[in-house]
Write a protein that binds this ligand. Structure first.
Ligand code: 4NP
Length: 155
């Protein structure tokens, strides 16, 4: 599976999703080859590491995001990845608007894999308090587990 996680800035939600899914994969069959990355629809933070609040919340759960650097979604991503998972409907709309004619990737909402969450969008934590970063982690863990279960069912 080749999966790209996408949010707005690529410093809060999508790096969390990438790190959480990588962490969940550590306990699975190593013969399953996964390529994971994350990107933002905006370029405000290109080259930046994840937000310090994002890194701190993830580190408390044993997930190191310090090596990640933000980048913007590129047209090539639509061929390089099989699945592009947007953190919210706004970012999904952006992705679908920039989808090139040669695209092969499916674009979907990450929380489709966490139907029990009752949410459609991963709430943007950037302008809020610490609790928002815990919510992002909880949602990414739930959707990440759903994604792995779905992928092993279709493999
Ligand atoms: P993200 O959060 O999309 O989850 O990375 C945000 C990061 C930065 C900004 C907005 C949301 N910003 O406006 O700079």
């Amino acid at each position: 599976m080749k999966i790209l996680f996408v949010c707005l800035g690529n410093i809060c939600r999508s790096p969390t999703a990438e790190g959480v899914v990588r962490h969940l994969l550590a306990g699975t069959d190593p013969r399953l080859h996964w390529v994971l990355d994350s990107a933002g629809t905006a370029d405000y933070h290109t080259g930046d590491p994840p937000d310090p609040r994002t890194q701190r919340a993830a580190r408390a759960r044993g997930i190191d995001l310090s090596g990640l650097r933000a980048r913007q979604v590129q047209a090539e991503d639509f061929q390089r990845f099989e699945l592009i998972l947007a953190m919210d409907r706004g970012n999904l709309a952006e992705l679908n608007a920039m989808r090139p004619p040669a695209a092969t990737a499916s674009t979907r909402l990450f929380l489709e894999f966490a139907p029990d969450s009752g949410l459609v969008d991963v709430p943007d934590p950037y302008y809020g308090g610490e609790a928002g970063f815990e919510t992002v982690l909880n949602l990414c863990e739930a959707a990440g587990r759903g994604l792995l279960a779905h992928s092993s069912a279709v493999a």
